[in-house]
Ligand binder design. Structure first.
Ligand SMILES: *Cc1c(COP(=O)(O)O)cnc(C)c1O
Length: 379
């Protein structure tokens, strides 16, 4: 099955009860048993729910995995991955990281005795330099948020395989439409399904996808034992979102390209971060490991400062000033005061998240309206 068919049919079957084409929302916590243990594969909805199961099968299919797991948020999915570790274990992580992931690692799991190294991953030898006998996991986010750096997943996977480590990739920005980390050697793919997967800014959800049966079993144990699952209603919405992922992503990419080029030619814009530009430092890797460049763009204005960046995002009318990304509607954000406010200023600025940086999640509206909106806001 090709990707554009998998989004609609992958892992899906019509409901066995009445043939419903979409899986019903099984809004139930428990399931009748004829005799103790005599059930139809479902006992309690933290452990299993048929609507969630249909979604988890779809996750596995679109990422070319074998097992999918759905969680109550992206961070709950990351939390489950780190719970594979023990005190004393070490993690090598991308430094230009989603702010909430950084907060989870440093403010929660460091207190449990897990050590994190946050590094630039432009080069696999550098990553290997941080491997020691306690290293268990490499955590990669690519494209990175919000600087749009691209990390070579295959090169990092060679390091992880050589040293018997797990490699997890946060694939939220690219989605499997553009990039399939399991095919490139990753062990775990993670999503904030809140973003492009759901696609309509109407739910909060996370996902993990793996190929290996043993690893899947350990993660299913954590999912059930820690209990951060998503409900059937949200599972239904995410499944509906997946069915249009490929058409939405195609338009996000087209609009993203047009807006990146518009901004690059704008006399008031200093720099545009978008991996589709030939002068982007990781353009060649992006071209090789992705099937397109996506709809996420960051930029800074010339002579810009905090106040001017705030004025621009406030002036936008079609772009909504909001956290989050990946929905059909265009959003603008100011990372220094919003998504990345939890990262100390010196840490932030080391990776380029300066006070004047603006991040766009380009939606699927008419691109001329979006450009006209930017034009009036930037002035
Ligand atoms: C939003 C996001 C997360 C966290 O997901 P939630 O669903 O908000 O918990 C993790 N990684 C990336 C790249 C994100 O954009």
């Amino acid at each position: 099955m090709k990707f554009n068919t998998k989004t609609i049919h992958g892992g899906q079957e019509h409901d066995p009860a009445y043939g419903a084409v979409m899986p019903p929302i099984y809004q139930t916590s428990t399931y009748a048993q004829t005799t103790p243990g005599g059930h139809k594969g479902f006992e309690y909805s933290r452990t299993h729910n048929p609507t969630r199961k249909a979604l988890e099968n779809a996750f596995a299919s679109i990422e070319n995995g074998k097992h999918g797991l759905a969680f109550g948020s992206g961070l709950a999915a990351i939390d489950a991955v780190i719970k594979l570790l023990k005190p004393g274990d070490e993690v090598i992580s991308t430094n230009d990281l989603y702010g909430g992931t950084y907060r989870l690692f440093t403010k929660i799991f460091e207190d449990f005795g897990i050590k994190f190294h946050f590094i630039g991953m432009e080069n696999a030898d550098k990553v290997e330099g941080y491997v020691n006998k306690n290293t268990k996991l490499i955590w990669v986010e690519t494209p990175t948020n919000p600087m749009m750096n691209i990390i070579n997943i295959q090169a990092i996977s060679e390091v992880s395989k050589k040293h018997n480590l797990l490699l997890a990739v946060d694939n939220t920005f690219a989605t499997p439409f553009l990039q399939r980390p399991l095919d490139l050697g990753a062990d775990i793919v993670m999503h904030s399904a809140t973003k492009y997967i759901g696609g309509h800014s109407d739910l909060v959800m996370g996902a993990l996808i793996v190929k290996n049966d043993d690893l899947a079993e350990r993660l299913y144990f954590i999912q059930n034992a820690s209990g951060a699952v998503c409900g059937p209603q949200d599972s239904f919405l995410a499944l509906r979102g997946i069915k249009t992922l490929h058409v939405r992503m195609q338009r996000h990419c087209e609009n993203g390209e047009a807006i990146a080029k518009y901004l690059k030619n704008h006399p008031k814009i200093e720099k545009v971060y978008w991996p589709g530009f030939e002068d982007h430092p990781n353009h060649e890797i992006a071209k090789a490991q992705m099937d397109g460049f996506g709809g996420m763009i960051s930029f800074v204005t010339k002579d810009s400062n905090y106040a001017e960046a705030i004025k621009i995002v406030e002036n936008l009318k079609i772009f909504t000033l909001a956290e989050s990304l990946g929905g059909v509607e265009s959003l603008a954000g100011h990372p220094a005061s919003m998504t990345h406010a939890s990262i100390p200023k010196e840490e932030r600025e080391k990776t380029g998240v300066v006070d004047s940086l603006i991040r766009l999640s380009v939606g699927i509206e008419d691109v001329n309206d979006l450009i006209a909106d930017l034009e009036q806001a930037i002035g």
